[in-house]
Write a protein that binds this ligand. Structure first.
Ligand code: ADP
Length: 242
């Protein structure tokens, strides 16, 4: 990697769906070890931006660099191998499999997979890391909503990412679960992970994000420290739909 450059650099990224410019000339950078919030009203292009970074969609134009290397337009499995993992707005776990098998399946997607006992040991450790201690044998389909989110996070961590993309990971939690979820994400940052999170929950944005990038109708309308951005009248107007 290039030590002087931020971990993630996005330059003039764009994507259209038919006539809709979902992402329009988006540029921002994410420093190593930081958490950046990608925020903005519904339909502003946040999920599309995550889909472009993770390779789920090819961009129309622009560049995405990770650790100084272009990853623009690579297939999702190649981007995973470069060190990017994500969670989804609608939780994706394999309901018929045990929690441990969900995680070992993800470990098998690594560039250097682990198998057998090694994979199972690591799965147990990752389940513990997200607060699912001792739940290895439990069918994923039996988990509560928060626990299925924890499992999805363990699956993303199993890919051994440098950069973690969270798509509303903290949405839909009750106040107790939200505090637990915030503490968990904060602990990932302490471990050195770099995170980009699409989020609406203001308490989570305030307590976790070092910086925020604000989108509206595909364009970046603000970019700065979380305090700066949340005090910006243009951001308040966008959220109020004015
Ligand atoms: P956000 O995540 O901020 O809610 P999205 O990225 O989901 O915004 O959507 C941005 C714009 O792109 C919206 O106008 C949405 O309707 C449109 N869009 C997103 N995905 C698709 C798609 N697969 N096909 C057509 N239009 C899409």
């Amino acid at each position: 990697g290039v030590s002087g450059e931020p971990l993630l650099v996005i330059e003039d990224l764009s994507k259209s769906f038919g006539g809709v410019r979902a992402v329009d000339g988006l540029s921002f950078a994410v420093a190593r070890g930081s958490i950046v919030g990608l925020i903005g009203p519904n339909g502003s292009g946040k999920t599309t931006a995550l889909n472009l970074i993770s390779g789920a969609l090819p961009p129309l134009g622009g560049e995405i660099r990770l650790d100084g290397d272009a990853i623009t337009g690579l297939k999702p499995d190649r981007i995973v191998h470069r060190g990017v993992a994500r969670t989804f707005q609608l939780v994706r776990v394999l309901g018929d499999l045990s929690c441990a098998d969900n995680v070992t399946a993800a470990i098998a997607f690594r560039e250097q997979p682990l198998w057998g006992d090694e994979a199972r040991h690591q799965a147990t450790a990752l389940l513990g890391r997200v607060g699912l201690d001792g739940r290895d044998a439990e069918p994923a389909g039996n988990l509560t909503y928060i626990d299925s989110k924890r499992l999805e996070l363990a699956r993303a961590l199993a890919l051994d990412p440098k950069l973690l993309l969270l798509d509303e990971w903290l949405a839909g939690l009750n106040p107790t679960e939200l505090q637990e979820g915030i503490a968990l994400i904060a602990s990932l940052k302490r471990d050195g992970l770099t995170i980009v999170m699409v989020e609406h929950v203001m308490d989570a944005i305030r307590s976790l994000c070092d910086r925020c990038v604000v989108m509206n109708t595909g364009k970046k309308i603000a970019d700065g420290t979380t305090a700066e951005v949340l005090a910006d009248p243009a951001v308040v107007r966008a959220y109020l739909g004015g």
